[in-house]
Design a binder for this molecule. Structure first.
Ligand code: GDP
Length: 521
């Protein structure tokens, strides 16, 4: 019997507490010995790699990783999403590989821009959300106001699972509305020490021995209002993406961590069937299948290998197994798959649906690839997003054209940037969804490929993948608009436009041509 899997991500706005919460989850899961190690390890790793200096300078994490931990017989795979505001497609794609998400919001700030964008991606894919309202040990906004904000902004039913007894200076603990337990701040650090006190309910007179009279009165009033005013917990509604259970806590002071892990274990969905052609793939399927949602270079600067991150969708993967990328390439034998335990990379002998495997390769595996034993399925729904920033790449040393092409192709393959080769003219154009990706590109060109290049404004502002039911319609469109036509890395035709308005204008004039802002790989 394999243990149940919970494959999830944490979505949040920078500074809401994702890193702190991650450390605490790993700590409780026994994956690290001391909370704080995640960041320390991160810093060591950064020091080893040049382009990661950007992360350091900006104090952000550009790379995503996978952390696996176990608790009470459940295996948790936590996929990290970059938390900076300037997110990339990487973040989106990571969310295609999870079955659920934890949304962390800062009690003083509520729903912020980045949280909201990431939430929308989750909604697109029906990824159910558990909400964690963090930092209740500090002054925060009124809990009712926060719940209403989640309900209104995200159009979700909310169900408070716990309730803070005051916040900031008046903070006296967090009451679990379902288990009827109170987690109290203790000692000089006012932390939760891991021993909740049980009560028979909110009416239990013993509560008066633990809470101040004001705190108790407040808890009883507020909890009654909260339980009456919001939805009761409904696991089906949660899994359907219609309801979010809300936990109040403090990652820093350990409040709500055990409850959150418990909620993931008890309610979060196990690995789900994944959309694919010719038919969706259920995790119970015998054939080993999976898809690549991320490719990362430079994890080990000693070896210029890449790691392709595959989410296993069905079957029992065994080390040495041969898997074939659908659509291109020969079978590859996966001799040294990697599982990402928080401590170290470990060589995996076996993996199960919901697990993430790192597959070292030299550029054969690409984001969006399906791998399977028989090469008879293809997972769908891993999108490429229309870039929001386009730049012309200008080479300082014209003899380095080949290196530049290789670098741009490599990075397109990793999903760092997109590259477009115009039909007319020799300057290649790169596209990104966030400014930060431009810095990553330049610094990697320099450090890894020894190519000095500059980025100049491109005469275009956006790009659309075009297609038409009839090849003749497509050809007449591309002939007339040749100066705005380019090919992406996979040779798909792309229309480059000066503005979104222009796209609309042109689309109106060519009703038979489809203009897509995303392209499935
Ligand atoms: P991230 O950017 O979302 O990863 O946020 P971090 O985990 O790095 O936290 C941002 C800041 O908030 C850090 O200074 C943390 O120490 C602090 N922080 C995180 N959680 C809490 C909390 O529960 N209470 C308080 N008071 N501070 C917190």
């Amino acid at each position: 019997m394999t243990s149940p899997r919970r494959t999830f991500a944490i979505i949040s706005h920078p500074d809401a507490g994702k890193t702190t919460l991650t450390e605490k989850l790993l700590y409780v899961g026994g994956a690290i010995h001391l909370a704080g190690e995640v960041k320390a390890r991160g810093q060591n790793r950064r020091a080893r790699s040049d382009w990661m200096k950007i992360e350091q300078q900006r104090g952000i994490s550009v790379t995503s990783s996978v952390m696996t931990f176990e608790k009470d017989g459940v295996t948790f795979n936590l996929l990290d999403t970059p938390g900076h505001e300037d997110f990339s497609e990487d973040t989106y794609r990571t969310l295609t590989a999870v079955d659920s998400a934890v949304m962390v919001i800062d009690a003083a700030r509520g729903i912020e821009a980045q949280t909201r964008k990431l939430f929308e991606v989750c909604r697109l894919r029906n990824v159910p959300i558990i909400t964690f309202v963090n930092k209740v040990d500090r002054e925060g906004r009124d809990p009712f106001e926060l719940l209403d904000e989640v309900a209104e902004m995200l159009q979700l039913d909310v169900c408070p699972m716990s309730w803070p007894v005051g916040m900031g200076g008046e903070f006296e603990g967090v009451y679990d509305l379902y288990a009827n337990t109170l987690a109290r701040p203790e000692g000089g650090s006012r932390e939760f020490m891991g021993a909740p006190v049980a009560f028979t309910g909110l009416a239990d007179p013993a509560l008066a021995d633990t809470l101040s009279p004001e705190g108790l009165a407040r808890l009883r009033d507020e909890a009654e209002l909260a339980q009456g005013g919001y939805s009761t917990f409904d696991a089906e509604a949660y899994r359907g993406g219609d309801l979010t259970p809300v936990y109040f806590g403090s990652a820093l002071k350990d409040f709500g961590i055990a409850e959150l892990i418990g909620a993931l274990a008890d309610y979060a969905p196990p690995p789900r069937a994944q959309p694919a052609e010719p038919a969706a793939v259920a995790p119970e399927g015998k054939e080993v299948t999976g898809f690549i949602f991320k490719v990362q270079a430079n994890m080990d600067p000693q070896h210029r290998d890449r790691i392709a991150f595959m989410r296993l969708c069905s079957g029992t993967f065994k080390r040495g197994m041969k898997l074939t990328p659908t659509g291109h390439g020969k079978p590859i034998a996966v001799h040294s798959p990697i599982l990402f335990f928080a401590q170290d990379r470990e060589i995996a002998d076996e993996a199960f649906p919901g697990d993430i495997i790192g597959i070292p390769n030299h550029g054969t595996l690409r984001v969006g690839d399906t791998l399977s034993e028989k090469a008879d399925v293809r997972f769908t729904g891993l999108p490429n997003f229309a870039p929001e920033i386009l730049r012309r790449v200008v080479l300082k040393d014209p003899t380095k054209t080949k290196q530049l092409r290789k670098a741009l192709d490599d990075m397109a393959e990793e999903g760092v940037t997109q590259v477009f080769y115009p039909e007319i003219g020799s300057n290649w154009i790169i596209g990104v969804v966030g400014q930060l990706q431009l810095d990553v590109l330049l610094s990697r060109l320099d450090a890894e490929y020894k190519v000095a290049a500059a980025l100049e404004p491109a005469p275009f502002d956006t790009a659309r993948w075009i297609s038409a039911g009839d090849a003749g319609d497509l050809k007449s469109f591309t002939d007339i608009n040749r100066s705005a036509m380019a090919r992406d890395r996979d040779d798909n035709p792309v229309f480059l436009a000066k503005s979104a308005w222009e796209v609309g204008y042109v689309a109106d004039r060519y009703p038979k041509v489809k203009f897509a802002a995303t392209r499935e790989r």
